[in-house]
Design a protein around this ligand. Structure first.
Ligand code: NAD
Length: 256
């Protein structure tokens, strides 16, 4: 069983460190949501083992072939509406409530941190629950778009622009305000907890390096080592995010 592989002594050491420091910054990636039934991109069986991202996840692909790319969006978004937060999301929300987690910077677009109760969430790549007209920027609930009320691919009734999920595709700029906050929090972090990211999608992948350069300790939770593990990680907790976070939260809040 996975639980047996988790090194409780390491978790205890990290819990002590976090208690000493008091307030931490979290960076999460798709791996925190796999246990909620949302596949990540790069694990075996992940989305890119089935789809070529150049054909489905770039702004150029969308503009060249909206019908094909919108078909993919529909498939990707379907499990998001059914998914519920898992113990990793819940533990982070609980730790924020207790004043231990200052912010969750997330690359995820699934809204699960917010649904778990996290209040201070910086969304680097948008949120799939929202859609937005690419021309006039009007926001629509994705649920409404999913009904095909505005056609397929959906067209904005106000300006005839294409409406797309409000998520960042490869080739698009990240939201300026979110990126600015992410840099600020990372620069000032004393400890950054990096959960379930392969560390390969820039600029999010650069945040642990910024934190480290400014003196932060880096704690990484992942089922397998990543490029970050050898480059910046001080404490690597190997295992499922839900089990490690649950255990870490219990040790921080209740000493058990
Ligand atoms: P990634 O797919 O590149 O990497 C996921 C990482 O999570 C891998 O290192 C994997 O080993 C690890 N992982 C998988 N299951 C885990 C578990 N149970 N516990 C701990 N670790 C686990 O994901 P990324 O680094 O976030 O970058 C991919 C991009 O994909 C992001 O930009 C994000 O916007 C997008 N994305 C988001 C979602 C989502 O919102 N849930 C899902 C897929 C992709």
């Amino acid at each position: 069983m996975w639980m047996n592989l988790i090194n409780q002594a390491d978790i205890e050491e990290v819990a002590r460190k976090i208690l000493q420091i008091g307030e931490i910054v979290v960076l999460s990636g798709a791996g925190i949501s796999t246990e909620s039934g949302i596949p990540d991109f790069r694990s075996p069986g992940g989305i890119w083992s089935r789809y070529d991202f150049n054909e489905y996840a770039t702004i150029d692909a969308l503009l060249a072939n909206p019908v094909k790319v919108f078909g993919f969006f529909k498939q990707f978004i379907k499990p998001l509406s059914k998914a519920t937060p898992n113990p990793a999301h819940n533990s982070l929300a609980r730790l924020e409530e207790a004043g231990v987690v200052k912010v969750v910077i997330t690359q995820n677009i699934d809204n699960l941190h917010q649904r778990a109760g996290s209040k201070n969430v910086v969304e680097l790549h948008g949120n799939a629950l929202r859609s937005r007209c690419m021309k006039c920027l009007k926001v629509y609930p994705t649920d409404e778009i999913e009904t095909n009320k505005y056609g397929f691919p959906p067209i904005c009734p106000d300006c005839n622009g294409l409406i797309k999920p409000d998520v960042i595709l490869f080739g698009e700029m990240l939201p300026e305000e979110a990126l600015k906050k992410a840099y600020e929090y990372s620069s000032n972090a004393k400890l950054m907890l990096v959960i379930g990211t392969s560390g390969t999608v820039a600029p999010a992948s650069g945040l642990p390096y910024i934190a480290k350069k400014n003196g932060a300790d880096i704690v990484e939770i992942n089922i397998e080592p990543t490029i970050l593990t050898k480059d910046v990680t001080d404490y690597f907790l190997q295992g499922k995010a839900s089990e490690i976070m649950e255990s870490l939260k219990e040790k921080i809040l209740y000493g058990k």
